[in-house]
Design a protein around this ligand. Structure first.
Ligand code: TRP
Length: 364
């Protein structure tokens, strides 16, 4: 069986370092591993509209931001197909057919939908489009027969629901769809990178993000203002690692080479943590180290972005080519789905022959 990746992001803002360690970095590695036959990376604008339908301009403006972020991180259009969800109308057809296979109570039990309903204050008047977006996500994944879906932990319930839809479809109709596997980030810090204020998650509305497109100065300022350990007042005080943003970020970003280059008095992060916990290590020192580590990772991304920004029409062209190619793949799956569902009337000579024979007897 072919190894196929599909994943994507909602275009509701620029991508930040949480997206980067949570999925972008891994995608680029997977792309360059050469282990996959096809890779589809989708800008999920239709899904973004399910909770931003009153603000279409926001979604429209962020398509290019996400595309620039993707390509500046190293997603390469010659290796990965970058496309825009809304341009693939086959996805909405699949969604409609799959919606027969899902109950309201099953959707209500989806933990991601549940918490998003709360977050957005949708309790009483949830739009149907938003409520059913897990079904549309199943369409996204299965249209490309994805075998692997690299996403953050919050997307696990979506993949589980997709797998259920696949099993149900295949058992009722025919073995057309492929059950995908999820691929989660490598460690806990990458899974849930907190905002610079130590809050649970990075979010644009909380203003606690470090964006991939931030300048060197911005990144430095943000790192120097990061939340650490409120009980670590004097340098000599013992410090806490848990909930200390700087250490969470170091867990996600740093490696031994960074220590050799920027902080050679320690061999690795464990030694640094130990010193901090013992007391005698100041916040400024660990923040400066983190800044060096982040700048090393982000500066090539920033430089590539600056290059890409010089030719915006070329980036739109990548998305157009990618969408055209993606559409062909989705159309093939849709035609298999329609055949399995017995709604392929006009290309079924057998059906027409049998029906005409049935009536031939009557009219004679
Ligand atoms: N729900 C994902 C997010 O919010 C975006 C998305 C849409 C997606 N369709 C997908 C991710 C299919 C993986 C597979 O980030």
């Amino acid at each position: 069986m072919e190894k196929i990746i599909l994943t994507g992001d909602r275009p509701t803002g620029r991508l930040h370092v949480g997206h980067y360690v949570g999925s972008l970095r891994r995608r680029v590695e997977l792309q360059n591993s050469g282990e996959f036959d096809k890779i589809f990376i989708m800008i999920a604008d239709a899904q973004a509209l399910t909770d931003n339908f009153e603000n279409p301009e926001k979604v429209r403006q962020n398509i290019i931001e996400v595309a620039l972020d993707y390509m500046s991180c190293g997603l390469d259009p010659t290796k990965s197909n970058l496309f825009i969800q809304s341009q693939i109308s086959e996805l909405t057809e699949l969604t409609f057919f799959y919606s027969n296979l899902v109950t309201v109570s099953r959707l209500q039990r989806n933990p991601t939908v549940k918490s998003e309903i709360q977050m957005r204050g949708f309790e009483t008047s949830i739009p149907v489009g938003f409520f059913t977006y897990p079904i549309s996500q199943a369409a996204d994944i299965t249209a490309f027969k994805a075998t692997v879906v690299p996403v953050g932990e919050d997307q696990l319930p979506m993949i589980e629901q997709t797998r259920e839809i696949v099993r149900k479809f295949n058992s009722i109709y025919d073995e057309v769809l492929v059950e995908p596997e999820v691929l989660l980030p490598e460690n806990q810090a990458c899974m849930r990178l907190p905002g610079i204020d130590g809050k649970q998650k990075m979010s644009k509305s909380l203003g606690n993000c470090i964006y991939l497109a931030d300048t060197e100065e911005d990144v430095k300022k943000k790192v120097m203002s990061m939340y650490t350990d409120p009980e670590h007042i004097q340098v000599s005080d013992p410090g806490h690692i848990e909930g200390n943003c700087v250490f969470t970020y170091l867990d996600a970003f740093s490696n031994e080479q960074h220590f050799a280059e920027y902080l050679p008095e320690y061999h690795n992060l464990d030694e640094l943590k130990e010193h901090y916990q013992r007391g005698g290590l100041g916040d400024v020192k660990i923040k400066k180290f983190l800044n060096n580590v982040l700048q090393e990772e982000l500066s090539p991304i920033r430089a590539r972005r600056a290059e890409l920004e010089k030719d915006i029409p070329a980036v739109y062209d990548v998305l157009k080519q990618g969408s055209d190619a993606a559409r062909k793949v989705a159309a093939q799956t849709l035609s298999e789905v329609k055949r399995a569902m017995r709604i392929n009337y006009f290309d079924d000579a057998e059906l027409i022959r049998v029906q005409s024979e049935k009536y031939a007897g009557i009219s004679d």
